[in-house]
Design a protein. Sequence first.
Length: 297
Amino acid sequence: MKKYSQKPGEISEFSDLPFWKKADGVDLAYVGYGLLIVTLVVASYLLGMFKLLPHDPEEISLELLMAPAGTPGYLLGTDFMGRDILTRLILGIQAYFLPGLLAIAIALLFGTLLGVLAGYRGGWVDTAITYFTNLVDSFPRMVLILLVVAAFKPDIYYIMLVVGITNVPVVASLIKGKIQFLRQKSFIEAAIALGLPTKTIIWKHILWHNCKALLIIQATIGMGEAILMETSLSYLGFGVQEPTPSWGNMVQAGSNYFMQGKFWPSTAPALAILFTILGFHLLGDGLNNILEGKRNK
């Protein structure tokens, strides 16, 4: 199918320039750091899944209680029970990886569905969906999470289910706004005039060619948010429970010894949280600037 011409100043459906030629050096650095973090997270998850770990994460060594970083065989030292901190950091990624993907999938799937219905159909459908998303958005997320924990148990999958549902209005609003903007463009009008099926226009010409960047960016930001939510709740005792390692409960356990000068049990997981969340957010920010051409405006 041929490309339709655009008036000057309009956004075309396709861009002939590869993304790296449109990118600013700062954005490429953001994306590079973000991809490095993603690679480390996935690699660590696989190491934990296949039990390719330096030590047993639950092995207690009374001779090595609170061993400092750099101890032979224990790169990051040990915690208050003599367990290897590096091993537990690697295994702690499992606490948020799959639950985070669940939250992202729920937000993107239902958010896209509602956004498409509201943006493309309009009318009473738009009004009903707007009321529904506003209703969901009006509930405080933390209150909903605590209610779920009280009703069921401190299960991270229940928590991420709530996180995913409460992110649906954000995605729906973005997709709706994008579709309403794109419907005014000539290539959409031309596609309708040519008699293309509605599903082809929506899934190919709107979502695939014009909204996939938005969805990718939301996925990266959503993973950072999932990590922050999981670690925060685990720190407070509502998320992953000991002896299962989580970066949040590792920070909480190590904080009891911080004022004694033994800072490594809490500092190592805290830095892991910081750099990982920063990586996902910088990845999303860099992709947003590159794919939407924001630094070129």
